[in-house]
Design a protein around this ligand. Structure first.
Ligand SMILES: [Zn+2]
Length: 128
């Protein structure tokens, strides 16, 4: 079996020789349990599920033997356009308020990524 889809694995054991492994998949969502009372259990809540499972098993007498990264997380969907580019003005040149990034600012004459003042609504389109 390949582990290409595994991002991180936690291994637990108890005094009776019981073993559990928890795998977090590279999508950061899927979690799979092998062994123990939840053998074959699937979850899609990522790290939240891992934390809950670890707490549950630790309370049940298991201890974490080791955990280790397996593969890098899958690259995030780069469709998300709200990653802020470089060159953000420190403050609005008009009123000094903080400036925020708007990936799709619309005005009468133009549409596109822009810096916008949170105070006076001064705006400046980014130069492509
Ligand atoms: Zn301003």
């Amino acid at each position: 079996m390949t582990d290409d889809h595994i991002q991180h694995t936690w291994r637990l054991a108890n005094a009776d020789g019981g073993e559990i492994s928890i795998d977090l998949w590279t999508d950061g969502e899927n979690v799979r349990v092998d062994g123990g009372p939840d053998d074959g259990h699937d979850d899609d809540r990522g790290q939240t599920a891992v934390d809950q499972l670890l707490a549950k098993y630790t309370a049940a007498g298991y201890r974490l033997v080791r955990d280790y990264p397996v593969n890098d997380p899958a690259p995030l969907d780069d469709e998300a356009p709200d990653v802020e580019p470089d060159g953000k003005p420190e403050a609005c040149p008009e009123c000094g308020s903080p400036v925020e990034y708007d990936p799709n600012h619309c005005s009468d004459y133009r549409e596109g990524p822009a810096w916008l003042c949170t105070g006076c609504r001064w705006g400046q389109y980014l130069v492509a």
